[in-house]
Each structure stands twice: as structure tokens, then as C-alpha cells.
Design a binder for this molecule. Structure first.
Ligand code: CO
Ligand code: ZN
Length: 333
């Protein structure tokens, strides 16, 4: 799975432009699911039918989002400098010094009006993108073009560094779960969603269309394990996190209990997550139609939404073990 995480992190896919990452993931799903399709909004749906029939078998939607945060060009000036707006929760403080990548291969560096050595806090109004052009005519990007954050994929021991572990590491966990799941009483709807970062839009329509009985999102979560961090129990390397609550979703006690009981039964280390900001695809599906019991398996990740996100590979492996064992058995009655 390690190579898979690196591969997925290298593929362009800002919200609304998930074609390339969908192509790569659908190649990975080939042979792992009984049926595969792309819905009208662009969500990639893989269906794995139950291999054993059982009373405890459910229609379970697993969602990992394919899209990533980025920027969109709003204006190109006469000298070829671009003004931009953000796609998703981009952190202004992280822009100076980071690099973006356009679909056509053009690179972009952020600059700020005023003295290059100024220490003032960057504001969206004062920032611009340098795309290597000398004039508007010369610029190889135009209004509406989007770019993603890129830094080279890095590894130190089991720690992984990339700009978009959110949520490519979750996509890899979902693919790996399908690889390892040999038998299951459940109908598994593996959904690689679009436009999560701009408000869980893909999951909203996929959840409505698929009518699952249970929704589990697979996404990254923040941690409280760095200097002076806002207190939070989750730490890198201590296992996958089972979500209790985030800003928009309270996990269904039975779903959460199912995951906790599975972790305990199979000696899988886990942590309980209460996230005071942000949410996941599960929030959208939970309130679709007449309501869907929801839970989330999270991969702890430091510096989420910055261009250098850090996660621990063992936590991703743990998330796979948790999902495979839970899905192999029955849902508690
Ligand atoms: Co995110
Ligand atoms: Zn995410």
C-alpha cells in the first residue's frame, strides 16, 4: 500500500477536476469489485456484492474523497501575474514558499506585494501567483484554471510527507481494504467522491443515489501531538482513529460500537477522535433521505490542509485491518 499512497499523491485532482485521479483509481479497482461506474457528478462507485448471505449483512457505503484543495486563477495582469481564489480550506499562512502545479504542467510560486523581506501576515488581496510569464499573452494559464499544492513525496521511517495525504491516504486505505477483503456478508459500495473539500458535494448526491444502510467515511483527522497543539487526544502512530464527533457529524453509537468492538476483538490499536473543526463525507450521507447511521475511520495527520502533511504508515495499515475485520463479520443486530 505504501507505493499506492505515493502513486495517488502524485496525481492532479483539485475539487471539480477529478478526471485524472479517477482514472488512476478505477485502474486500481479493476478486478477488485463486481461492478464499477461513474455517476453524473463524477463519483467513482465500485460495488462488491456479498459473498455470504446472512441476516447481519447490510448495504454499506465506504467513502474516501478523491479531490484535493487548491487555487483557481481569477485574473491575469498585463505582466502575467495571476490573482487567485482558493478551492477548499487553504491556509493563507502556508502559501508563501509553497509551489502549485497546474493541469498542463505549469508551475506557480506565490509572491506578496511589497518588500520581499516584509514579515506581515499574508492576506488573499496581497498575494499573487508567479507562473513564469512576462505578459498576459505569454502566460500559459488563464482565468478559471486550477492548480494543486505539490511538494515531493517524502518518507522518514514510517512517517510519510505529502501535500495531499488528505485524502489520498484514505483512498489508498479503501483500495487496500477491497484487496484484502476475502469474504463479507455485506454489499459494499466503495465510493471515491468528488468535491469533498468544497462542502461534501459528491457524497451528498452519491449517498442519496445509493441509499446505503450504513455510511463509513475514510479520511484524515487532525492531531494534538505537536508543540503547543490545541489539546486533542489523537496522535500519530497510535492507530487508526474511530470518530465520536466532529463539527457536522455525531457518529451513530452502534456504528462506533461496532468499530470499537472489532478493534478490541482483533487487538487492533485505535484511538477515539473528537474533532472540534472540519468534517467528512459521512456528515452528508448521515442526513440524506430518512437518515443513515454514520461513522468514520480516520487516519491521524499533522498539518492537514498545509502543503506538507505528515502521517504514519502504521496508522493507515491499522485502518485497513479495522475495516477488513469489521466488514468480514456481521453488523451487530
Ligand atoms: Co480536507
Ligand atoms: Zn479530507
Amino acid at each position: 500500500m505504501r507505493a499506492l499512497i505515493e502513486e495517488l499523491c502524485g496525481v492532479f485532482g483539485p475539487s471539480g477536476q477529478e478526471e485524472r485521479i479517477r482514472e488512476v483509481i478505477s485502474g486500481q479497482l479493476d478486478g477488485l469489485v463486481d461492478e464499477m461506474r461513474t455517476d453524473r457528478l463524477g463519483n467513482l462507485i465500485g460495488v462488491k456484492r456479498p459473498t455470504v448471505s446472512s441476516e447481519g449483512g447490510k448495504r454499506i457505503m465506504l467513502a474516501a474523497h478523491m479531490d484535493e484543495i487548491g487555487v483557481m486563477v481569477t485574473h491575469v495582469d498585463a505582466q502575467g501575474f495571476c490573482r487567485f481564489t482558493t478551492i477548499g480550506g487553504v491556509l493563507m499562512n502556508s502559501l508563501i514558499g509553497s509551489r502549485v502545479h497546474f493541469a498542463n504542467g505549469v508551475e506557480g510560486a506565490f509572491g506578496m506585494e511589497g518588500s520581499p523581506l516584509a514579515r506581515e501576515r499574508p492576506t488573499p488581496q496581497k498575494l499573487f501567483l508567479d507562473v513564469g510569464a512576462d505578459s498576459k499573452e505569454d502566460a500559459q494559464v488563464q482565468v478559471g484554471d486550477t492548480a494543486v499544492f505539490r511538494s515531493s513525496f517524502g518518507e522518514v521511517g514510517d512517517r510519510l510527507f505529502a501535500a495531499n495525504l488528505d485524502d489520498r491516504i484514505g483512498c489508498a486505505v479503501l483500495i487496500q481494504t477491497l484487496r484484502e477483503l476475502e469474504s463479507s456478508p455485506h454489499e459494499i459500495l466503495a465510493v471515491f467522491t468528488v468535491q469533498e473539500e468544497v462542502g461534501v458535494r459528491g457524497a451528498t448526491t452519491a449517498g442519496y443515489g445509493l441509499e446505503p444502510e450504513i455510511i463509513l467515511a475514510i479520511d484524515v483527522t487532525a492531531t494534538g501531538d505537536f508543540p503547543q497543539a490545541t489539546p486533542m487526544e489523537v496522535a500519530l502512530g497510535k492507530g487508526a482513529a474511530i470518530k465520536v464527533m466532529d463539527r457536522r457529524m455525531i457518529a451513530h453509537p452502534k456504528v462506533r460500537g461496532w468499530l470499537e468492538d472489532t478493534a478490541q476483538a482483533f487487538d487492533i490499536p485505535y484511538q477515539l477522535e473528537v474533532l472540534e473543526f472540519g468534517s467528512t463525507d459521512a456528515a452528508a450521507v448521515q442526513v440524506s433521505r430518512a437518515g443513515v447511521p454514520a461513522g468514520t475511520v480516520s487516519i491521524p495527520c499533522r498539518y492537514v490542509h498545509s502543503p506538507s502533511q505528515v502521517a504514519d504508515y502504521n496508522d493507515a495499515l491499522g485502518a485497513v485491518r479495522l475495516l477488513v475485520n469489521a466488514l468480514s463479520g456481521e453488523y451487530p443486530s
